[in-house]
Design a protein around this ligand. Sequence first.
Ligand code: NI
Length: 153
Amino acid sequence: MALLKIIKAGAPILKETAQPVQHITKHTKKLLDDMAETMYAAEGVGLAAPQIDISEQIIVLDDGNGIIELINPIIVEESPEMETGTEGCLSVPGYYGSVIRHKKIKVKALNRHGKTVVYEPEGFLARIFQHEIDHLYGHLFIEKADNLRRVEE
Ligand code: NI
């Protein structure tokens, strides 16, 4: 496995819509492994491929309950209930802000074996899903955040 360089806000790739994965290959599986290693090393809870300079619809995340891998994720349902919570981003180091997200969503994606998987995350986990899926459409949390603040690390 290998640690990947995390791209910071300002890079054009972070504003682009990522391409759907057409074929899941050995390369895709190595990328998922490297992304997970990179996320854990950076002490993040999620990482999307554009953040490591690859414009593909691939995400890894872990809210503390184990790794979740998403290829070509699509949000198919969103609760009307919203929730405000604090977010940060590995591409915007040191900054935090309050973001309103759907409290619960339903997401369809492919796993590394090309099988369709369905998740129905709530609360913090739903927040991570929404933050990471935003990355695949060129959006950073700082566009949506209130009370954006810098915390010395
Ligand atoms: Ni992020």
